[in-house]
Write a protein that binds this ligand. Structure first.
Ligand code: AMP
Ligand code: ZN
Length: 116
């Protein structure tokens, strides 16, 4: 499995940096975002280091399906009964800060559309 020793999310997967875990399976990890933008804000990441959503290949299809399903599971478990949002920022125009794929799971308040 690909990892990057300088990547903050790979360090979380390795257990070298603490995180408040909300989901884990063989290929996916979920944890609370350090700077929440809503009452509930978690990140779902592949355990494998993949820099951006544009670096996905067909071999990742199963993992990404699991990542999306895990996002729903986390939202339901968090009691976001009114709904939630799943967001993936890709590259700088979208504001991607951490170059290890992650989906934001955000909820617990009314969210505006379109996003800023
Ligand atoms: P993005 O702008 O989509 O790349 O989002 C990166 C997210 O990672 C931001 O919402 C940060 O608050 C979050 N983040 C950065 N470092 C950590 C960390 N050590 N633990 C939890 N969340 C983090
Ligand atoms: Zn990484």
């Amino acid at each position: 499995m690909e990892t990057d020793k300088d990547c903050i999310f790979c360090k979380i997967v390795a257990g070298d940096i603490p995180a408040e875990k909300v989901y884990e399976d063989e290929k996916v990890l979920g944890f609370k975002d350090l700077n929440p933008v809503a009452p509930f804000h978690a990140l779902l990441i592949p355990k494998e280091h993949i820099a951006t959503l544009r670096d996905l290949h067909p071999e990742h299809d199963g993992m990404m399906g699991g990542l999306m399903r895990a996002a729903s599971e986390v939202a339901v478990k968090a009691g976001l009964d009114e709904g939630h949002r799943v967001v993936g920022n890709c590259l700088k125009a979208a504001g991607q800060e951490v170059y290890h794929i992650h989906l934001h799971v955000i909820g617990g308040r009314q969210l505006k559309w379109p996003p800023g």
